[in-house]
Every structure is written in C-alpha cells, then in structure tokens.
Write a protein that binds this ligand. Structure first.
Ligand code: GLN
Length: 493
C-alpha cells in the first residue's frame, strides 16, 4: 500500500496534503464510533505534508515513507503534543521531546495524524483500561479491538491511518492486529530504541508497527530501527532496508510447530492454523515438530516479573514531577477527602503522593503496583521475582535449542477472535489469558509478527484472525520474508 501511494505521489496523481486531508476526513467520519484517536495533530500533519509536496514540486527525491500519513500510540512522547499513556494522571502532560522512534519517523518525512488510544500505561488486552474510554473494533463495534495498542490497530483497520506505531510488552501489538485483521510487528528487544516510550516493564517493552501489509510494516521498521545513544539496550541495524528482503520465497526455510499449541485450540481456530501450515508446506518450507517444555510457564512468569517492573517504573508518577496533582480544585470535583481524611490541599509530601496516585491512576495500574510491590518485598523476592527470572532463563534456553533446527516458530496469535466489550473486564485473570501465545516472545526478547489469515464465523459474524511467526533474535528479515510470502500466496488463491 505504501509503495502504491508513493508512486502516486511521485507521479503527481495526488499530493501528500490531499492524502492527509483524505485521512482526516475518514477520521472525522468514523472515529466518533471507533474512538481510535485521543489527540489529532492536524497542524503538524499538514505542515509536514506541505513540506513533502514542496520537495516533489522541486524535483527532489523522496523516500518510501515520505508524505505517508500514520499514527502513534499515546505512550510514545511527541514534542509539544499531549501524551497521556491512556491515563488521567498524564491528562495535562505535554511531552517536551520526541521519542526516538517518532523523531526517526519525522526525519523520514512521515506524516503524523495523531495519538492513538490504549490501555492505561499499556496494561491490558482490550483498550478497556483506557481512562478515556474504550476503542471499538471496526469489524464489529460491540467487540474490543484488543490491546493495549487497540487504537493503533483500529486506526489502520478502519482506514484512519496507513501505518501506526504500537508497543508490545506481552502481546499488545500482535493480539490487536489479530483482532482487527491487520499486520502487527513486534520487534526484537533492542531493535528499536525505547527512549521516549513511557516505561511500563522495561525488560519486555518493545516498539513496533501496524500496517495493512507485511511490506508496509517492513518499510516502517526500516525507518524506526537502529542503535540510539539514549537507549543502551538498542542494537545496530546497519541501515538495513527490511523491505528489500521480501522475495516471496520460503523454499530454504525451516518452520517449527508445537503440536500441543494447536491441539488445545477451539475447532475453527485449529482448522485455520492447519491451513496455514499446509500453505507453507505447499510453498516449499519444511515444517518441523519442536518441543518447548518450559514455554507453558511464560504467562505466570510474566505476571510476576511484569508487575515488579511496573511497581518500580510507575513510582515516578507522583504529582510532583509530571502530570496531574491532587489539589483543592480536583478534590472537590471528585467529591473526596484527602487520603488522611482531611479536606483541602495535601498537608505533607506523602499525602500529596498518595492522593495524586489514588485519584488519577486507574484500577489496573494500581493492581499491578500492589502485586509487584508484594512480590519484591523482603522475604518474597526469592520466592517470586527471582524464581520467575530463573524460569525466564529456562524458556530462553528452550528457544535457543529449537533455533538450532528451525528458523522460526509458527504459532497462533490468540486463542479466539475479538471478544465482546465488557466480556472480560470483571475477571483480570481471564483477560491475562488472552496473551497466552504472545507473551513468550517478550519473555525471550525475540521478534514476532501476527499476519491475517482470514475470518472465523462467530455469532453470525465473520471476524478476522491471524497467525503468528516468532523469529530468531535480530532476524526480522527472515521472519518478514516468510510472513510476506504467505500474504503473497494469499493473493494468488
Ligand atoms: N496484556 C498484557 C498486559 O496487560 C500485555 C500488554 C502489552 O503488551 N503492553 O500486561
């Protein structure tokens, strides 16, 4: 899609300003129902688009992403623009700098339409934890778009953006991509700088992208990846152009499958996965059965380590350094007394912290902070945090072993298509279980991608589903090549 739009721009069949206006018109029309966007950045977008048009007019060369409109998840800082992380505690926060991924997109000339809705601080699987209200799935407004990057997934699915940045800590790009019928790319930990990303669980957080096609995702990845002096964990991408690796050929590839993952799926989903496996076989890839004995502990290990990191990272939101602060005015608005039962302004620093966090953090961040603080406290640290880290190391070993025989692993992205709004909000454990297949990639820091593979009929509606490829560390090239080859073979049928 990006390539076609690029051709249109350079052949002067359209302009970036026109294209950007068209996208804003679609947003105007559809977003009242879908609510993918929290903030629109119209002035910035039009300025950027006009700059690109000027270049084209002057006969200058432009790159593929230049002048193409997209969106950014609201956990990534955008200079001079409100950045809320889906939380009331940052309701008034204007970021003073750009996240590196955003700065790189701007450098590449991409047009940023706005900031997308997400679960509060990216904790959740449905976007229902956003303090601003849920995003709806464009394929069925009574269903969730997935989460936490639900706004970005819905924006791309609804044609309200060509591409959209998301973040993936436990599945937040791939699961919404699967629910919304788009491509969702989670990058290797360190492939894209985390500078300017609101830290949630720093050892899992990764920046990636949504798009309509694998090639589009590859094009965005080429723009945002690379070593960054502001993130010591980032690695060099050597100016790789990931889109150049998409040959459509998988004949040299060995793809691992874990039979157990398929066996436990519901019938419809199981059939879909078997079809995908068959397709890869037909395309000439070798399918190899593998075993990952410790991978079943990925979910419990994640839900110990992740809250620990959250409890530490979210300590910075205290009403002093950033964002909202409990004061006289909003106290009366909330109709509450202070944490110590006193009226008026907080009287001590501790009271200011407690009140601010009580009023402005939602229940999911509070739940994780409590869980994490508990798991890290003396006497429990060894039993929970340390043990979970040991399990994490064992899971990584599973994959190191498997990757001696296969190039990547093919798995489901999620057990079911999109669920209904409100279906899982009363039961956090049920919600956590929707990440059962995605969390493994974050536990080991590997790249993974969700690729659409048709629809499943659910309650009389055809809902999109995807499958997942999990690649070797810093081997997005081959993973994208396999994903793109599937997509291309889809077109042939
Ligand atoms: N749903 C998972 C969680 O709530 C993952 C979220 C994410 O990837 N940001 O932690």
């Amino acid at each position: 899609m990006i390539r076609e739009l690029h051709e249109k721009l350079i052949n002067k069949e359209t302009t970036s300003v026109k294209l950007t206006e068209e996208y804003f018109a679609t947003i105007e029309k559809k977003d009242k129902d879908i609510f993918a966007y929290l903030t629109l950045t119209k002035d910035l977008a039009m300025e950027q688009a006009a700059r690109v048009d000027e270049k084209i007019k002057n006969g200058e060369e432009i790159n593929l992403l230049e002048g193409i409109p997209g969106a950014v998840k609201d956990v990534l800082c955008t200079k001079g623009v409100r950045t809320t992380a889906g939380s009331k505690i940052l309701d008034n926060y204007i970021a003073p700098y750009d996240a590196t991924a955003v700065a790189k997109l701007k450098e590449a000339g991409a047009v940023i339409l706005g900031k997308t809705n997400c679960d509060e601080f990216a904790m959740g699987s449905s976007t229902e934890n956003s303090a601003y209200g849920p995003t709806k799935n464009p394929h069925d407004l009574s269903r969730v778009p997935g989460g936490s990057s639900g706004g970005s997934a819905a924006a791309v699915a609804a044609g309200e953006a060509v591409w959209a940045l998301g973040t993936d800590t436990g599945g937040s790009i791939r699961q919404p991509a699967h629910f919304c019928g788009v491509v969702g790319l989670k990058t290797t930990y360190g492939r894209v700088s985390r500078s300017g990303l609101m830290a949630m669980a720093s050892s899992f957080d990764s920046v990636g992208t949504f798009a309509k096609t694998v090639e589009d995702a590859a094009i965005v990845l080429s723009a945002i990846s690379g070593r960054d002096k502001y993130d010591a964990t980032s690695g060099d991408s050597f100016d790789k152009r990931f889109e150049d690796y998409l040959t459509g050929d998988v004949k040299d590839m060995k793809i691992g499958v874990v039979q157990e993952y398929f066996a436990n799926l519901e019938l419809g989903m199981k059939k879909k996965m078997e079809e995908v496996v068959e397709r890869y076989k037909k395309m000439g890839a070798e399918i190899i059965d593998i075993e990952l004995p410790y991978a079943k502990y990925a979910l419990p290990a994640y839900y110990v380590i992740q809250p620990c990191e959250v409890s530490s990272n979210l300590a910075r939101f205290d009403g002093i350094k950033y964002g909202m602060r409990a004061d006289d005015e909003n106290r009366s608005e909330l109709g509450k007394l202070g944490s110590l039962g006193l009226e008026g302004l907080p009287r001590t620093l501790l009271e200011a912290y407690l009140d601010t966090r009580e009023y402005f953090l939602g229940s999911e961040p509070k739940r994780r902070i409590m869980l994490g603080t508990y798991a890290l406290s003396s006497g429990y640290y060894d039993a929970y945090y340390l043990r979970a880290q040991k399990v994490r190391a064992l899971i990584k070993k599973d994959f190191e072993k498997a990757f001696k025989n296969v190039d990547m692993v093919l798995m489901p992205t999620a057990p079911t298509p999109a669920f209904k709004l409100g279906e899982k909000t009363d039961d956090p454990l049920e919600m956590y279980l929707s990440d059962i297949f995605t969390i493994t990639a974050n536990i080991i820091g590997a790249p993974a991608i969700s690729v659409p593979c048709g629809t499943l009929e659910t309650d009389g509606k055809d809902l999109p589903v995807g499958f997942q490829l999990l690649g070797k560390w810093f081997d997005e090239e081959n993973m994208l090549r396999a994903a793109d080859a599937y997509e291309k073979s889809n077109l042939k049928i």
